[in-house]
Design a protein around this ligand. Structure first.
Ligand code: SF4
Ligand code: SF4
Length: 129
């Protein structure tokens, strides 16, 4: 996933909710890194190997399957920087080593738009935007 963008909040025209705009850069979005589920980001064997010796810091097993650890309603690897008067920045601390499922979710894809429609307002309410 991942230049500064306009507000994450959906456009409204005369009270009618419009489609959520796709941000110009994932750094000012991060929406698809948020979930209340503890088993949100699947980590395959290849993903685990790519994480290297840090794998256990970022991921854990639930039963027979591994997932990225979650904290505060988002992936543990998501670093959120907020500065007064500026939009928050959402940074993936393991970007080069992120799991394949994250690599496959392209900005502007149907999956991305689905994430924005279902979660962007919640993220904006919690973290500004
Ligand atoms: S929801 Fe879409 S625009 Fe937002 S971070 Fe994910 S891929 Fe990027
Ligand atoms: S690994 Fe990076 S891109 Fe994937 S969910 Fe976590 S913070 Fe987002």
């Amino acid at each position: 996933m991942f230049v500064l963008v306009a507000s994450l909040k959906p456009h409204r025209t005369q009270g009618i909710e419009m489609t959520m705009p796709v941000p110009l850069d994932c750094l000012n979005c991060g929406v698809c890194c948020f979930s209340k589920s503890a088993t949100y980001v699947r980590v395959s064997g290849d993903d685990w190997a790519r994480l290297g010796e840090d794998a256990e810091s970022w991921a854990r097993f639930v039963g027979q399957r591994a997932y990225l650890r979650m904290k505060g309603g988002h992936c543990l690897a998501l670093e959120i920087t907020t500065r007064r008067g500026q939009l928050p920045v959402f940074f993936c601390a393991i970007y080069e080593k992120r799991p394949q499922i994250c690599r496959d979710l392209g900005r502007g894809s149907p999956e991305c738009k689905g994430e924005l429609e279902t979660k962007a307002q919640r993220v904006a309410d919690a973290h500004g935007g």
